[in-house]
Design a protein around this ligand. Structure first.
Ligand SMILES: NC(=O)c1ccc[n+]([C@@H]2O[C@H](COP(=O)([O-])OP(=O)(O)OC[C@H]3O[C@@H](n4cnc5c(N)ncnc54)[C@H](O)[C@@H]3O)[C@@H](O)[C@H]2O)c1
Length: 501
């Protein structure tokens, strides 16, 4: 007679796990068989249930969940493939997961380093070759991270063989061309971005199905899939409740409203996830991440050989990091348009922690694709420029906007579901700004200043406007700064505009 699987209830804020014998029926069977068992055997059978009543759980699960014991809540050492693990987000995440005791293998084709060569620009920080990075990590920590040089979009057979051989518990998928400006640069870059991103994602999904290995796929998506117009309300985490024609109620993916070829590939990824989840029961988490800022984490700062990359150029440099770098160098902060764009942000250390949270909380088999908004807060670009400008005494310079986008937008984003798992966001903070500026100052001689300016334009009209306008656009009248709320929202009021991407 086997013991019934106990039901585990994780109760918010209580930090205790209650083990209940889940099968009342089984208990009745036990009792009816009691006559056949000696009191000693009966005690042995019941002891685990009694002893495990009110057992404190080490990690204190915060959400109210019920799952069958032996499920996937308790963090355990996992085998993890990190696709794109040589990149800006992938490298610190790989170190974070390895440090947490997981068995990590990076899969990367170093295409990002090759794009540096194509653009004639390099990371501001001198990043070591992957071999040197990995040897340094092992030397410093005794932990080994594997490396496989595979192009996930082109080398399907090698990718499939690796997944089949390793049978990972989780696959973290960062391996995409991730710069919106680069994806708008020209026909070559547009086609490359679609081919690389959509094929890569589809290859991973097919390989998991073929290997029949139950790997949980954690994908890095972007807040940009929702579009950067004013949506008129809070953007939920992935799904919205709607009433379809005929009065039918349904929960559907939030409408996609991409603002570049790059963002479009993330929307296409989301459709592939829906299909493979429905058709093959794949367990998938899609993390809609905000703009990542910062450069090093505690782990990448341990040794110069572990330094993380820092992009500052017009194509890959993201807005906050670019401002911090410009302030450190004493060159004007380049604000596009009115600077009225509101964006979501997250610090690089939080990226790594969020991935770990997602890995530790996989959806159950049969559950729809899990979607979280991986953002800490939202801010208006000109407010950030103002803040950094007043901290550093470096003025802002308003340039014509190379992007086809709403001049001003609101962004009100929910991250409640992610926070309920324990995500405690790092907010924009002066001390962290200083840290990034220190790094920027240390490597300022590596900066090629002409590379900071926009080099890609969304369409012909924008290209002409930007190229013809040599004089800086005057700064707009001041508006109250955007303040983030608990659910991460900007607060300045503007008339709703259609979401323009
Ligand atoms: N950086 C951000 O602000 C940000 C914001 C939101 C979402 N994201 C998402 O996070 C992910 C990682 O972003 P990042 O900033 O680290 O980008 P990154 O360009 O620094 O890193 C991507 C890595 O993937 C590798 N790669 C790309 N295509 C590949 C392929 N076909 N096969 C194997 N390796 C390949 C690159 O060589 C690179 O090392 C991306 O998918 C991006 O869309 C990033």
């Amino acid at each position: 007679m086997g013991l019934p699987p106990p039901v585990v209830l994780h109760l918010e804020h209580l930090d205790v796990t209650f083990y209940f014998s889940s099968c009342w029926e089984s208990l009745k069977v036990w009792s009816s068989r009691m006559g056949a068992l000696s009191p000693r055997v009966f005690t042995l059978l019941l002891a685990p249930s009694v002893l495990s009543f009110f057992v404190p759980r080490r990690e204190g699960v915060r959400s109210l969940r019920a799952s069958i014991a032996g499920g996937d809540e308790a963090p355990k050492k996992k085998k993890i493939l990190v696709l794109g693990g040589d990149g800006f987000c992938g490298w610190p995440t790989s170190l974070h997961l390895s440090d947490a005791g997981h068995d990590v293998t990076i899969v990367d084709n170093l295409s990002r380093r090759n794009i540096d060569t194509e653009l004639g620009c390099d990371s501001l920080t001198p990043i070591s070759h992957p071999e040197v990075r990995l040897a340094a990590w092992e030397e410093l920590t005794g932990k080994k991270i594997g490396f496989e040089s595979i192009d996930v979009a082109e080398d399907y057979d090698r990718l499939a063989a690796l997944i089949d051989k390793e049978r990972p518990d989780a696959i973290v998928h960062f391996a995409e061309q991730r710069a919106a400006p680069y994806s708008q640069k020209g026909e070559k870059q547009k086609r490359y971005t679609v081919d690389n991103n959509v094929r890569g994602t589809h290859n991973v999904l097919t390989a998991v199905v073929e290997a029949d290995c139950c790997a949980h796929l954690v994908h890095l998506g972007t807040m940009g899939v929702y579009g950067y117009g004013t949506s008129g309300g809070e953007i939920p985490e992935g799904y919205i409740d709607v009433v379809l024609p005929g009065g039918r109620e349904a929960k559907i993916l939030h409408p996609a409203y991409p603002g570049s070829v790059y963002h479009t590939t993330k929307c296409l990824d989301a459709l592939l996830f829906q299909f493979y989840n429905k058709n093959d029961g794949l367990r998938i988490t899609d993390l809609h991440q905000g703009i990542v800022w910062g450069t090093n984490t505690k782990l990448t700062a341990m040794d110069d050989r572990l330094l993380n990359r820092f992009d500052y150029d017009g194509d890959y440099g993201t807005v906050l990091n670019r401002f911090l770098m410009q302030a450190a160098l004493g060159v004007p902060l380049t604000v596009y348009g009115t600077g009225g764009q509101t964006r979501a942000f997250i610090h690089i250390s939080d990226t790594a922690k969020c991935i770990e949270l997602a890995i530790n909380n996989p959806p159950q088999v049969g559950q729809p694709v899990e979607i979280f908004n991986q953002v800490a807060e939202t801010r208006r670009v000109r407010d950030i420029a103002d803040k950094i400008s007043s901290m550093s005494n470096v003025p802002a310079r308003f340039l014509p906007n190379p992007r086809q986008e709403a001049a001003e937008n609101e962004l009100d984003v929910s991250n409640r579901k992610f926070r309920s798992l324990g995500f405690e966001p790092t907010l924009l903070d002066d001390a962290l700004f200083d840290e990034v500026q220190l790094v920027a100052r240390k490597y300022k001689d590596r900066c090629i200043q002409t590379k900071i300016l926009p080099a890609s334009f969304w369409n012909r009209k924008r290209a002409i406007e930007c190229k013809e306008t040599t004089a800086p656009v005057p700064p707009p009248a001041r508006v109250p700064p955007a303040v983030s709320s608990s659910s991460s929202s900007s607060s300045s009021k503007e008339p709703a505009s259609p979401a323009v991407a």
